[in-house]
Design a protein around this ligand. Structure first.
Ligand code: NAI
Length: 337
């Protein structure tokens, strides 16, 4: 049943689309009716079931609503998910059909890249609709990485009393559009970086250019490090992984890092500081929306770097209200909605 799930999550609109000619099956979820348009990327994933895809769309669009509010924008949250294998099912006809779906929403939903959807894919969608953005050569993902670095600074200061990156060890899970530039930015700052990706080509591309350690994707949770940076899928902090983590900080770009909100408290019980995902991964959003508002590159970078201060405020609120960082971040965003 979809409607109870929508009501539970507070969603305004969830639309399912199917196109027999191209095989497109997708879901677009819009969180809040009051804050328009809804903005959020589109991902493609070979979901085990339609229910799993729906859950992803609902969770991700809600996270986008919190992200736009926490970053100080008036826009609401939305998300598109395309059901299918990005390697075998993604082609021009399917992407154009999806572009027509977005166009049919007449501006209620503005979208761009997300997992397994590249800037080139968004350009193809853009032949059918003007309600897409972020096609400027991966710059948005680099800026998402910049925001994660800013968030890490606040976390390092909170845990170690200094925001210095020198000799800090970081494990980066996933070397996609965000994880790869994040690993590079961390190497440039003097971190010792270890990386893992299911796709060996991504690992080879990075190790050809940088001195990073490579670890098995299954071993990331057991690797001793200062910071674990999840930059692949969501729900990687869960009942199975919390006891295994050997880090002091979890801060990465992945959306919905926690399987459930209670896992933030579980991390904190183990002395691990959790940087709420929708706060630290807002760099691309700030760059995208900042661009449409006419902000200069320098102004956008300054707003992204403010993620550091925003996190510090959230840590203060956590202490004041005696809640987890996840709850403090939710309250911070809800105050601004
Ligand atoms: P991407 O699709 O470019 O890269 C994801 C990478 O993770 C791929 O290389 C994939 O092989 C790898 N991967 C998947 N499962 C893995 C596993 N279990 N272990 C190791 N590697 C694994 O995606 P992108 O754009 O880099 O996004 C990464 C995460 O950050 C996603 O959760 C996305 O929702 C989130 N995000 C991305 C933003 C952006 O600007 N692209 C903005 C905000 C959040």
């Amino acid at each position: 049943m979809v409607l109870p799930e929508m009501a539970d999550g507070g969603h305004a609109e969830v639309a399912f689309f199917r196109d027999d000619e191209t095989g497109l099956e997708c879901i677009v979820a819009i969180y809040d009716a009051d804050r328009q348009p809804a903005v959020g990327g589109t991902r493609m994933y070979d979901y085990a079931s339609e229910a799993e895809a729906l859950e992803d769309a609902l969770r991700l669009s809600k996270a986008m609503a919190y992200k736009t509010a926490a970053a100080g924008f008036d826009e609401g949250g939305g998300k598109g998910v395309i059901l299918g294998d990005p390697v075998t099912d993604k082609d021009e006809a399917l992407l154009r059909a999806y572009g027509r779906v977005v166009d049919g929403m007449r501006g209620a939903f503005h979208t761009g890249v997300d997992m397994n959807i590249t800037t080139e894919d968004v350009s193809v969608m853009g032949t059918e609709t003007s309600y897409v953005g972020g096609t400027e050569g991966g710059r948005l993902a680099e800026r998402t990485a910049r925001g994660v670095v800013a968030g890490m600074r606040a976390c390092l200061r909170e845990q170690y009393g200094t925001a210095s990156f020198a000799d800090v060890t970081v494990v980066v899970q996933g070397l996609g559009k965000v994880g790869a530039p994040l690993a590079e930015q961390l190497v440039d700052r003097g971190c010792e970086v270890a990386v893992a990706d299911l796709d060996e080509r991504r690992v080879d591309e990075l190790t050809a250019r940088h001195d990073v350690a490579v670890i098995d994707p299954d071993a990331v949770y057991d690797e001793p490090c200062d910071v674990f940076a999840p930059c692949a899928t969501g729900a990687v902090v869960n009942d199975r992984t919390v006891p295994r983590l050997q880090c002091d900080i979890v801060a990465g770009s992945a959306n919905n890092v926690l399987a459930e909100d209670r896992h933030a408290a579980a991390l904190e019980e183990r002395g691990i500081l959790y940087a709420p995902d929708f706060v630290v991964n807002a760099g691309g959003l700030i760059a995208g929306l900042g661009g449409t508002l006419g902000l200069s590159d320098a102004e956008i970078d300054a707003r992204i770097d403010d993620i550091e201060t925003r996190l510090e405020e959230i840590f203060e609120r956590r202490d004041r209200e005696d809640v987890s960082t996840a709850v403090a971040a939710n309250r911070y965003a809800e105050d601004r909605m």
